[in-house]
Design a protein. Structure first.
Lengths: 115, 115
C-alpha cells in the first residue's frame, strides 16, 4: 500500500523568507501527487498536483513543487512567504492505476509565520 | 457557486448514541468522498461514492460506520453506538468524477466530540 511521510510536524519561518516543506512517498509506480492547504476554520484547498510530464509543477498562491523520482519526494516550495500562508499543509498520493478516489494523506506540516 | 457544505459544523454526543453527518456536494459532481481527521493526524480515507454506488467501503473503521448517498447528491455518514475514539473532524469532498485528474473539493468538516 502507498504511504506518505511529512517529516516536519511544525515549521516556523520569517515573513519574506523562503520555504520548503518535505514530502516523501512510498509506492511502486509513479503516483499522482498533490499538495493541499488547510487554513484555520476552512476546508482543504488544492495547491497543485503532479500526474506526469514536467517534474516542476506550478500551483496557486506562488507555490511550486518538484517531483524527484530518485528520491521519492515531492517537496513544496515558495520563494517568499506571506503571513497569510500560515496554515496546515498536507501532501497526498493517489494510485495511478485507479485514479484518485483513494488519496492517502500525510500527517501534515503546520506552518507558522513570524514577522 | 456554492462549494461543498457539511452539517452540522459541530456535534457533541454521548457515548453510545447514534449520529448522522450530512454532506452536500457541489452540484454536478458525481464522486463523493468521506475522510476522518483525528487530532494531529492526517486524513484517513473512509469511503467514496461514484453516483449512488460505493465501490470501496474498505476504509470504514468498523461496522458501526455506514454511509449512503441518494440522487447523486446528498450523502449521510452514520455512526452507531458512538465511542470516544470516534471523536474527530469528518471531512467530505466531491469531484466531477473519480478520474485521477479531477480535483477533490473539500467541505469545512463536522467536528464530532463523543463524551
Amino acid at each position: 500500500a502507498q504511504s506518505v511521510t511529512q517529516p516536519d510536524i511544525h515549521i516556523t519561518v520569517s515573513e519574506g523568507a523562503s520555504l520548503e516543506l518535505r514530502c516523501n512517498y512510498s509506492y511502486g509506480a509513479t503516483p499522482y501527487l498533490f499538495w493541499y492547504v488547510q487554513s484555520p476554520g476552512q476546508g482543504l484547498q488544492l495547491l497543485l498536483k503532479y500526474f506526469s510530464g514536467d517534474t516542476l509543477v506550478q500551483g496557486i498562491k506562488g507555490f511550486e513543487a518538484e517531483f524527484k523520482r530518485s528520491q521519492s519526494s515531492f517537496n513544496l516550495r515558495k520563494p517568499s512567504v506571506h503571513w497569510s500562508d500560515a496554515a496546515e499543509y498536507f501532501c497526498a498520493v493517489g494510485l495511478s492505476n485507479f485514479g484518485n478516489e483513494k488519496l492517502t494523506f500525510g500527517t501534515g506540516t503546520r506552518l507558522t509565520i513570524i514577522p | 457557486g456554492a462549494g461543498v457544505s457539511q452539517s452540522p459544523s459541530n456535534k457533541v454526543t454521548e457515548k453510545g448514541k447514534d449520529v448522522e453527518l450530512r454532506c452536500d456536494p457541489i452540484s454536478g459532481h458525481t464522486a463523493l468522498y468521506w475522510y476522518r481527521q483525528r487530532l494531529g493526524q492526517g486524513l484517513e480515507f473512509l469511503i467514496y461514492f461514484q453516483g449512488n454506488s460505493a465501490p470501496d467501503k474498505s476504509g470504514l473503521p468498523s461496522d458501526r460506520f455506514s454511509a449512503e448517498r441518494t440522487g447523486e447528491s446528498v450523502s449521510t455518514l452514520t455512526i452507531q453506538r458512538t465511542q470516544q475514539e470516534d471523536s474527530a473532524v469528518y471531512l467530505c469532498a466531491s469531484s466531477l468524477d473519480f478520474a485521477s485528474y479531477n480535483e477533490q473539493f473539500f467541505g469545512p468538516g463536522t467536528r464530532l466530540t463523543v463524551l
